[in-house]
Design a protein around this ligand. Structure first.
Ligand SMILES: Cc1cc2nc3c(=O)[nH]c(=O)nc-3n(C[C@H](O)[C@H](O)[C@H](O)COP(=O)(O)OP(=O)(O)OC[C@H]3O[C@@H](n4cnc5c(N)ncnc54)[C@H](O)[C@@H]3O)c2cc1C
Length: 456
């Protein structure tokens, strides 16, 4: 059989095929993290599932590396590739809500901002991430950790089905009833098993929430973390709350003379009855004096955009992540030592709770590993100047190393960097062997390898 040429690919697709030299080349080849500057041989800005099938066939037949660009947020830059082909979903951003069934069907290029706005119009939401520009596809297929996780599970726990183009160019529906092994692997296995042209989600009645960050003096870090550890033992599941470190940005709710100072922060979201919000936040105000805060009722989509300005396109980034079962005194001491040294306003540690509804899913029900972890920790640094690369990367590494003895061997695949490729098996724990089996069935030649790769 003759191998498809680029001209034949152009003839087959409805979307745009962009190559080096084209005026529009730079936008779809780029990703959020400015450390990543890759030059694909072609980018296909897909218009429909047929375009995806043609592009997968083209890449496979020509032996080209194939990247899938959903929202382009992968910190290691898995949404683009040097010399290969990119399937760019950025023009596929439609969301259809079925209010009667409380479900949503969303295209592969939808961001959480798109999704939340569409669902909010009907007083509905599903667990997603905390930044509005992140893609639903990459985030959901790796896990999906955010404010609503304790109450409603991970994003992937709310996935009902997906339309998938597999490595051999077939178009399959994956759900509990159809191609169930593929559906199992997709829910955690990231982009390893196929290209999702659309995803169907379960929705929940969440419209406005009681939310906000509370800033404490950094000297209170130990108090805040010890309080948090005890509080979480009996916290209602409607409460999504995590500790963080934050250099105060120049925002009106922070006293001007404190702009630029480092704080320990609790960021909380109460998704229960709004009238109970203030009372539910009371314990946080009793830990230590709150030096600045912006709490109150707010539409759910707005909280997902609240931190967007801290992670603009063009920022250089480095990430590390670990699962955590217990917040021991020793772990708290490591946070006290390293957290306050966060070098920039876009550098932080977030300790996201993944108990509650996340724990009620059996460990082998989806490919997501480590259902017994109570938190997913991420340490991230973001900066502008390439000359500051070493200092920022070193802060993340030192902090992560200090927490390693008090963390699980594995971490959340979506918080891993490229230098974490030796952790893939550990990240999936007891689900890894089955993932390899499903990979052998659906992608024996590893066409989909630009990711935290599960090797067939
Ligand atoms: C600023 C920022 C905030 C974040 N916040 C959160 C958070 O709150 N919660 C959380 O859980 N994670 C969070 N993350 C991590 C996030 O989950 C991952 O970066 C995720 O990969 C982003 O998905 P994307 O579609 O934007 O990425 P992309 O870079 O486009 O893709 C990432 C990976 O997903 C695969 N992929 C993308 N689209 C598809 C598709 N349609 N079909 C099949 N595979 C696909 C690709 O193969 C690639 O390996 C955040 C990341 C950033 C940069």
């Amino acid at each position: 059989m003759a191998t498809m040429t680029l001209d034949q690919l152009r003839e087959q697709v409805r979307g745009e095929v962009v190559v080096p030299g084209d005026e529009t080349y730079d936008e779809p080849r780029s990703v959020l993290n400015a450390m990543i500057d890759r030059r694909p041989a072609s980018v296909v800005r897909v218009a429909n599932a047929g375009d995806v099938i043609a592009t997968v066939n083209y890449a496979r037949e020509n032996g080209l590396d194939l990247a899938i660009r959903g929202g382009g947020h992968s910190a290691p830059g898995f949404g683009t590739v040097d010399g290969g082909v990119v399937i760019d979903f950025s023009r596929r951003r439609s969301v259809r809500i079925d209010p009667a069934a409380a479900t949503a069907r969303a295209d592969g290029g939808v961001t959480w901002g798109d999704f939340n706005a569409a669902a909010h119009a009907f007083g509905l939401a599903t667990p997603g991430g905390i930044i509005s520009t992140t893609g639903i596809s990459g985030l959901t297929l790796g896990g999906g950790i955010g404010y609503l996780a304790r109450g409603f599970g991970l994003s992937l726990d709310n996935l009902i089905s997906a339309d998938v183009v597999t490595a051999d160019g077939r178009f399959l529906l994956a759900s509990e009833d159809e191609n169930a092994d593929l559906f199992w692997a997709l829910r955690g296995g990231g982009g390893n098993f196929g290209v999702c042209t659309s995803l169907e989600y379960r929705l929940h009645p969440v419209k406005d929430v009681y939310w906000g960050p509370m800033f404490f003096e950094v000297e209170e870090t130990e108090n805040v973390f010890r309080f948090y550890r005890e509080y979480m033992k009996s916290a209602p599941e409607e409460m999504g709350v995590f500790p963080a470190f934050q250099i105060a940005p120049p925002l009106p709710f922070i006293p001007e003379d404190r702009h630029g100072d480092m704080f320990t922060v609790l960021i909380a979201c109460w998704a229960g009855p709004l009238a109970e919000g203030e009372a539910q936040f009371k314990p946080f105000h009793e830990v230590a004096p709150v030096k600045a805060e912006m709490v109150g009722p707010i539409p759910f989509p707005a909280i997902n955009a609240a931190f967007d300005a801290l992670f603009p396109k063009g920022l250089r980034q480095y990430w590390k992540g670990n699962y955590v079962k217990a917040l021991t005194d020793e772990a708290i001491a490591a946070h006290v030592e390293h957290g306050p040294k966060a070098p920039t306003v876009s550098s932080t540690m977030h300790l996201y709770p993944i108990d509650g509804a996340c724990h009620r899913v059996a460990p082998d029900a989806t490919a997501f590993g480590h259902r017994d972890a109570n938190w997913s920790m991420v340490i991230v640094s973001g900066w502008d100047d390439p000359a500051a690369d070493d200092a920022n990367i070193q802060w993340v590494r030192d902090y992560s190393d200090a927490l390693t003895p008090y963390s699980e061997e594995g971490g959340y695949v979506n918080f891993m960097f490229a230098d974490d490729d030796n952790r893939v098996a550990a990240n999936y724990g007891s689900n890894y062997d089955r993932l390899v089996e499903v990979k052998r069935t659906y992608d024996p030649d590893n066409v989909f390898h630009v990711n935290q790769n599960i090797k067939p």
